[in-house]
Structures are given as C-alpha cells and as structure tokens.
Ligand binder design. Structure first.
Ligand code: NAG
Ligand code: NAG
Ligand code: NAG
Ligand code: NAG
Ligand code: NAG
Ligand code: NAG
Ligand code: NAG
Length: 363
C-alpha cells in the first residue's frame, strides 16, 4: 500500500471501527486473584458544554439532554438562614472554550440566595458510570453538588463546600454521601451515618478542571476524582431504583454546611457531563435487544476511555462526536442540542474526509 492509502485508511478507521450498538464497556481494576471487572452499559448521554456557544446553541433552555430548574426553597424547608431561588437566570455559557456556568449570587432577592441547577431530562438511569468535569469556585460560602437522585432517600452525592477549601495548607475536602432511610432518620444529616466519607482531593479543584465520577452498581457505589478511587460504599444505603443526574450550585447561609451567602458572585463551570448507564425503561430495553445482534462482534461493544492524571486526553473523547457510535441513542447530535442532528455532523465529517481523501489521492 502506498502512503496516501495508508493515511486515508488511518483517517477512516475511527469512523468505521466501531458501532457500539451493544453498548459501552467499563473495566475496573480488581485485586488479584480476581480478574478485572467489565460492565457493559446500553445507554449514553454526553454533553460537551465547552463546545456550545454563548447566546446560540448554548442556551440551556434549548438543550435536549438537560433542563434548567426553577423553584424556590424557603429558609425553613432548606434548614438555612435564607431561602434559595433556583432560576435559569443564574445559568449561562462561558464564551470560547468555557462551559456551563452555575452562579450563586451575593445579593439576596426577597430573602433568597440566587442559585442554579440543571437536571438530565432522562429519568431512567439504572446503574451507570457518571462523569462531570468541573472547575469549582474559590469564593467561600457555597455548596457545589454533582449527584444522582431518585428521592430524598435514594440519592448519591458528591458535595464540595467552598468554605472548607484551605489554600494555605492545601486541604480540599469533598463530601461523599448516600442519602438513605438512615440519613432521613438522622434528620438528613448523613454525616452521622455509615454512608458518609469526607475525602481529600490531591489537587486544588478551584484552579482547573477535573473529572469527578460516580459509579453506581447493584449494591455498590464508587466515587472518583481523575480516575482515582476516593471511596467505595455498599450495604443497605445503596439505592435500588432508577434516577437522574443533577448539577447544583447553592447556598443558604447554614453555617454548618454551605455557609455563605458568598461575598461576591461565585461560579462553578461544568465543561462536560458523560453518563453511560442502563435504562429502566422497557421501551429502551427493547430497542437494545433489536439493535444488538451479536455482542461478540468486534465493534459491537465500545470501551469507555479511562480519564487518569496520566491520560487526561480521554476527557476530550465523546462517542457522540464520532459517526455511527451512537446510533439509536437519544443524544441529539453534537452536545444534545436540538436542531443540530448527528446526521448533519457526519455529513460534514464525510465531506471533510472526501476532501482530504481527494487531496491525498492527488498527491
Ligand atoms: C454508518 O452507518 C450507515 C448505516 O448503517 C452506513 O450506511 C454508513 O456507511 C456508516 N458509516 C460509517 C462511516 O461507518
Ligand atoms: C446492562 O444491560 C445489559 C443488557 O441487558 C446487560 O447485559 C448488562 O449486564 C447490564 N449492565 C449492568 C451493569 O447491569
Ligand atoms: C421565586 O420567587 C421569586 C420572588 O418572589 C418569584 O419572582 C419567582 O417567580 C419564584 N420562582 C418560582 C419558580 O416560583
Ligand atoms: C424513596 O423511594 C424508595 C423506593 O421506592 C422508597 O422506599 C422510599 O420510601 C422513598 N423515600 C421517600 C423519602 O419518599
Ligand atoms: C488545614 O487547615 C484546616 C483548618 O482550616 C484543617 O481543618 C485541616 O485539617 C488542615 N489540613 C491539613 C492537611 O493540614
Ligand atoms: C481502563 O482501565 C482498566 C483497569 O486498569 C483496564 O483494564 C482497561 O483496559 C482500561 N480501558 C481502556 C479503554 O483503556
Ligand atoms: C431506536 O430504534 C427503534 C427501532 O428499533 C425505534 O423505534 C426507536 O425510536 C429508536 N430510538 C432512537 C432514540 O433512535
């Protein structure tokens, strides 16, 4: 084969190598003598917020995977000094290679702190690996939460309290929590239950983006930062239902938890969220059965790349940004925004390939 053909083959390979019609595989390190564990998930939701544009497709209200939330919480109900006012007004897209910005305002509005939340539209996430790349705020007095939720006693949380970050001694805690019936009995203070771990991050989470991750399996939950396990929990507090993902940035002045309100506006930026999961929906299970003809076929199951400190490049991998790797998935083209369908994107890729192919042949 002469060089141009080889180059063309190399260019084409990523697009024809995999179809992923049987799912996305996660491999976990095991300790010998057990072999590594491999789990296959049939569904995905990938949102590359950094690729969206302020004002245009970055308008969160147009997103087909995520919905901005609007609700008010009274001081009493939130057990805070102030109420919380969740509104789409506190959510916007950073220009350039930014991400989704969730802002907690410093100015009270009718006794409420302006706060921000987005939630996945899909509610059928039953087991999965959920990853969010975030840069946290260095402004004291907020709680940033990345969590999986069904109800107040079926919930998996990663919560970051900006007042607890200590730049002087490099101490950056994250609270890992399963909200359970036991936590409910303790007045939703999970820190008095067995399913609460305060872990310390090996980096400054306000200085840059890092990937935070929750793996939810039957009877077991693992929490990670940049691919390193922070904690594992099992037992009766592990949820047993399907649920959805929420990104929330809030404050209510409770000195024992969020503190605040912040002295100036505080922003958390979300670069992406990637979720690979199984569905509790019989319709989606049926779709998978029709779609997955032979799981043993080479390209039928695709490996989810591991994000680690040594392999940060995996952060930039999105199945949904490649042709034919998300057929029959509900991701609506680039970044889950309606109006930009995946067919159009693959059309552009094909045009590019044809152009580069022609150029190579001409060489
Ligand atoms: C994508 O799938 C369609 C339908 O099966 C097929 O016609 C097309 O050739 C595939 N494209 C690539 C790049 O594999
Ligand atoms: C997800 O569903 C597929 C298809 O039913 C199944 O083969 C796989 O084991 C499930 N994965 C998990 C982690 O339960
Ligand atoms: C929250 O309260 C503000 C101020 O009273 C009000 O304008 C807004 O409509 C409320 N939001 C919702 C979702 O009810
Ligand atoms: C949450 O859902 C579980 C499972 O359906 C149920 O047992 C539990 O009582 C619910 N908790 C609340 C607070 O409603
Ligand atoms: C850093 O200081 C805080 C008090 O602000 C303390 O709680 C924490 O234990 C210290 N961490 C380290 C690693 O010294
Ligand atoms: C991810 O890491 C696991 C455990 O170290 C390994 O077995 C697996 O092959 C890796 N997956 C990929 C896609 O590199
Ligand atoms: C998946 O394929 C089935 C047909 O097998 C179809 O009914 C369904 O609408 C498709 N779903 C998506 C999200 O493309």
């Amino acid at each position: 084969m002469h060089l141009p053909t080889l180059l063309l083959a190399a260019l084409l390979t990523p697009f024809i190598a995999a179809d992923c019609e049987c799912g996305y595989a996660l491999t976990l390190d095991a300790h010998p003598p057990q072999p590594d564990e491999r789990h296959v998930f049939t569904e995905l939701t990938e949102s590359n917020f950094a690729r969206l544009h302020a004002g245009g497709d970055g308008d969160i209200r147009r997103n087909t995977d995520w919905a901005p939330q609007a609700f008010n919480v009274s001081a009493e109900r939130g057990r805070g000094a102030y109420g919380e006012m969740f509104s789409a007004r506190n959510i916007d897209m950073l220009a350039g290679d930014g991400g989704l910005r969730l802002t907690v305002g410093s100015e009270l509005v009718r006794g409420m702190v302006p706060t921000a939340e987005v939630a996945t539209r899909r509610l059928d996430m039953m087991w999965g690996t959920f990853r969010a790349s975030m840069r946290l705020t260095g402004v004291e007095g907020t709680c940033a939460a990345f969590f999986w939720y069904f109800n107040d006693t079926q919930e998996i949380d990663m919560e970051f309290l900006s007042k607890d970050f200590n730049h002087a001694n490099g101490s950056y805690p994250v609270n890992l929590v399963l909200q359970s019936l036991e936590a409910a009995a303790a007045n939703y203070d999970a820190s008095h239950t067995g399913s609460f771990v305060r872990a310390y991050l090996p980096f400054d989470p306000t200085a840059g983006f890092h990937e935070y991750r929750i793996d939810y399996f039957a009877g077991r939950v693992r929490f990670y930062a940049d691919g390193v396990v922070l904690a594992q929990m099992d037992g009766p507090a592990v949820p047993v239902t399907a649920g959805h993902l929420i990104m929330r940035h809030w404050s209510n002045g409770n000195k024992l938890w969020s503190g605040g309100p912040p002295e100036r506006d505080a922003a958390v930026v979300v670069k992406y969220v990637k979720a690979y999961f199984n569905s509790s929906s019989p319709k989606r299970q049926g779709d998978w059965e029709r779609r997955c003809r032979n799981p043993k076929e080479l390209s039928a199951v695709c490996d989810i790349p591991n994000v680690t400190a040594k392999n940060l490049a995996a952060q930039d991998w999105f199945f949904s940004e490649n042709a034919n790797m998300t057929n029959n998935q509900t991701v609506h083209g680039l970044n889950g925004v309606s109006g930009r369908r995946v067919e159009a994107v693959s059309g552009v890729m094909w045009a590019l390939l044809l152009v580069s192919g022609c150029a190579l042949v001409l060489l």
